[in-house]
Design a protein around this ligand. Structure first.
Ligand code: NI
Length: 208
């Protein structure tokens, strides 16, 4: 393995060692592996993709300007220690900033293939069996109920609602064909889970 990537893995592991927010090393590792796989199929720059995937959750990305980012970015400070050159550093940072737009209005397809891949990899981790686990873990953290039968689906409420409002939309937002295939399968797992959940909730087993 490339030695900058190896060093960065150690850096990220250490960075997340006390983290309980769900954006932990294991999330990063899954995103990195997914990004590697997609990158191989889609033929993008593997070094940029892997570094951006590994570092995508280090900063909170609430920078107000380019200068602000340069001043406060822990990611950039780390990259500066590696001696990989300014051009690569800027490309990695650019991917991370593109991927981390949380605002719906920014849900436009990233310009570079590298950013498209890392965004897909990050979104894939919100789907499937792990996506379900992460949704409830995060819900508990912010005091969200599992389900509220009184709420309408447009309201911001329960974890079950979060599946409808956000996670079930991700499949159609995948940038690459490779990710879309994986997303299809993981989407179905969530859809099936939601059907089972509502069956159990309504006591279907007791209606005979
Ligand atoms: Ni992430």
């Amino acid at each position: 393995m490339n030695k900058e990537i190896e060093k960065t893995i150690d850096f990220v592991k250490d960075f997340f060692k006390d983290d309980i927010s769900g954006h932990d090393w294991w999330h990063t590792q899954r995103v990195w592996k997914a990004a590697q796989y997609i990158c191989e199929k889609e033929k993008a720059d593997a070094f940029i993709v892997e570094m951006a995937a590994l570092l995508h959750d280090i900063d909170d990305h609430k920078f107000s300007s380019v200068e602000d980012e340069k001043e406060r970015s822990k990611t950039r400070k780390w990259l500066d220690t590696l001696g990989i050159g300014q051009e690569k550093i800027d490309r990695i940072i650019d991917v991370i900033l593109t991927v981390s737009f949380k605002d719906k209005r920014h849900a436009i397809k990233p310009e570079t293939l590298e950013a498209q891949i890392v965004q897909d990899a990050d979104r894939l981790d919100a789907l499937g069996a792990i996506g379900i686990a992460r949704t409830f873990a995060y819900g508990a953290q912010i005091n969200r109920p599992i389900f509220d039968p009184e709420e309408s689906q447009e309201e911001n409420g329960s974890s079950i609602n979060h599946f409808h409002e956000k996670l079930l939309l991700l499949r159609d937002m995948m940038n690459t064909k490779t990710a879309r295939i994986i997303a299809d399968r993981r989407h179905e797992i969530i859809a099936k889970y939601l059907r089972e959940f509502m069956d159990d909730w309504s006591g279907k087993d007791f209606l005979s």
